[in-house]
Write a protein that binds this ligand. Structure first.
Ligand SMILES: Cc1cc2nc3c(=O)[nH]c(=O)nc-3n(C[C@H](O)[C@H](O)[C@H](O)COP(=O)(O)OP(=O)(O)OC[C@H]3O[C@@H](n4cnc5c(N)ncnc54)[C@H](O)[C@@H]3O)c2cc1C
Length: 490
């Protein structure tokens, strides 16, 4: 195969966005969404995936040779086939998340990976009557060769959680097929919250849950250009106006997680971009595949976040002089509480890779029990880590004077006394560190990280179901073993 470099620059990514028809809404339709301050901060995160791919230090990690074309493509659009691919994916996400906290591009990449495996299974169960896998491969090649960073739209608005999609009063609470024609389908409904959807060129849509025969109109997967006729994209979350200061951390001043809601108003999807159409049994299969693969990504980004929190805890302790040999000697234990889940998730990632299996599609699948357990532990420990860092920092992160007084001669000498700590630490350094901690654990951005850790990739209940489902046979063997030990031993 003739190998070509298909990795684009972040400038190309922004240029491609600017060509899209405007359909992004804040409280009004933005005619130039990619000049909006908050949206630019989100785009900066995605740009990092492109910049790293061009950086000689990271390019080997960030890119791979496509198994479809042989071209050099961004690793996010490359379907992992070997254990080494899984290791590199983890390293890639970890490297990016250390800079941007959430790399954002994982969701779309994981959706492509899930559909690669899922479409193969679906065609096989349809005994060759469908050709979804072939379509997916063609679409994947298009995404790879144009280095597109698609958003992954899985979660529906869902309405009343106690009733099925078919029984909802408003059918649009789930994305569903409205009409079928010879050329394709028309879809309506809501997917939310969808990371990077307001600054993505393409959207990959798939079902979020188990579906019955009655729900078959919601059993639909497809890819669509983000500005297709009938699509509206709403920016979600508060406007971040406070993170402008010179002492504000990169996360907030330069980078931001900006979520989006996608509304489909009778949108046409051509046949070649449809990867599931009414096969309701594959609602759960696709959703579970996506969940496993996306949770695997969490085994890279969450350790990065814990690393950042560990570093912050160690620094604030240094600055404040609370490393403590006397009554504050439990500092070591506190830092251990933050560092522990990073080690646990990293270990689970290694186990998930070691026990991974190659699917019939040729794509590799990390072990489901270790992946889900790793994500579960990363999530379960997060509130404690946040609480420990808040405890270690004292009240200052949420009680900082306005940055301006530090520069005003009338006030600065007096105010600087507030920041007097260890010799050699300047007031600016202390201010910056406290502002960084505030953003991590006491801001709307920090709140988003906490919610993301709880719900992103599904919540803890869903992880437990996956762990039980895949580990039950082993657990029954445990019961049998104890029966033998207790009742049958001589
Ligand atoms: C920061 C962030 C980024 C995200 N990015 C994406 C993305 O890019 N793409 C995407 O597709 N999704 C994304 N999500 C969505 C995420 O997958 C969902 O938030 C998650 O699946 C939970 O769904 P929900 O928010 O509707 O909460 P709910 O499902 O309403 O859950 C709320 C609570 O209700 C419980 N519950 C739910 N149903 C029932 C029931 N029937 N009976 C009893 N209890 C129930 C749950 O266990 C949970 O405790 C993101 C979420 C966050 C927070």
């Amino acid at each position: 195969m003739n190998k070509m470099d298909k990795v684009k620059t972040s400038e190309d990514y922004v240029k491609a966005l600017k060509k899209l028809k405007p359909n992004v809404i804040t409280d009004k339709l933005l005619t130039k969404p990619y000049e909006n301050e908050d949206i630019i901060k989100g785009m900066n995160v995605v740009s990092t995936c492109y910049n790293y791919a061009k950086d000689p230090e990271y390019s080997e990690l960030m890119t791979a040779d496509s198994s479809l074309s042989g071209n050099r493509v961004n690793r996010y659009n490359y379907i992992p086939r070997t254990k080494d691919d899984l290791r590199k994916r983890i390293k890639m996400v970890h490297a990016l998340a250390r800079e941007t906290i959430c790399a954002q591009r994982c969701v779309g990449g994981d959706a492509l990976w899930a559909l690669y495996i899922g479409t193969f299974q679906l065609d096989k169960s349809n005994k060759g009557k469908t050709n979804y896998h072939k379509r997916l491969k063609k679409y994947l090649e298009y995404v790879q060769d144009n280095d597109i960073a698609p958003a992954g739209a899985v979660t529906d608005a869902k309405g009343d959680r106690s009733i099925s999609p078919a029984d909802q009063e408003d059918k649009d609470t789930y994305v569903h097929i409205v009409k079928k024609t010879d050329d394709g389908i028309y879809v309506s409904g809501i997917k939310t919250p969808i990371t990077m959807s307001i600054y993505a060129e393409e959207l990959i849509v798939m079902p979020s849950m188990q579906l019955s025969e009655n729900d078959k109109s919601c059993a639909v997967s497809f890819a669509i250009q983000a500005d297709a006729e009938g699509i509206e994209r709403y920016a979600l979350g508060p406007e971040i106006k406070t993170l402008e200061g010179e002492h504000a951390p990169t996360h907030g001043r330069k980078y931001l997680n900006k979520e989006g809601m996608i509304i489909f108003n009778n949108v046409f999807v051509p046949n070649e971009r449809i990867f599931q159409c009414e096969e309701h049994r594959y609602g759960a299969i696709y959703a579970n595949l996506f969940a496993t693969l996306h949770r695997f990504s969490y085994l890279a980004c969450k350790p990065a976040l814990y690393d950042i929190m560990t570093g912050a805890a160690m620094l604030i302790s240094d600055f404040n002089g609370t490393k403590g040999e006397y009554f504050l000697s439990n500092t070591a234990e506190k830092i251990f509480q933050i560092a522990k889940p990073a080690i646990l998730s990293r270990g689970m990632a290694k186990a998930a890779i070691e026990e991974s299996t190659i699917t019939e599609s040729g794509a590799i699948l990390p072990d489901e029990v270790f992946t889900n357990m790793g994500k579960y532990m990363a999530t379960d420990n997060f509130p404690n880590a946040v609480s420990v860092l808040q405890d270690m920092s004292g009240s200052l992160p949420v009680n900082l004077p306005y940055e301006g007084v530090l520069k005003d001669k009338k006030y600065n000498e007096k105010v600087e006394k507030l920041f007097k700590r260890k010799k050699g630490i300047t007031p600016e350094q202390h201010y910056k560190l406290n502002e960084f901690i505030r953003v991590l654990v006491a801001s709307s951005e920090g709140g988003l990280l906490q919610f993301g850790s709880k719900h992103g990739g599904g919540n803890k209940e869903a992880e437990k179901v996956a762990i039980y489902g895949n580990n039950l046979r082993h657990m029954f063997q445990c019961k049998k073993l104890v029966k033998e030990i207790v009742f049958n031993s001589n």
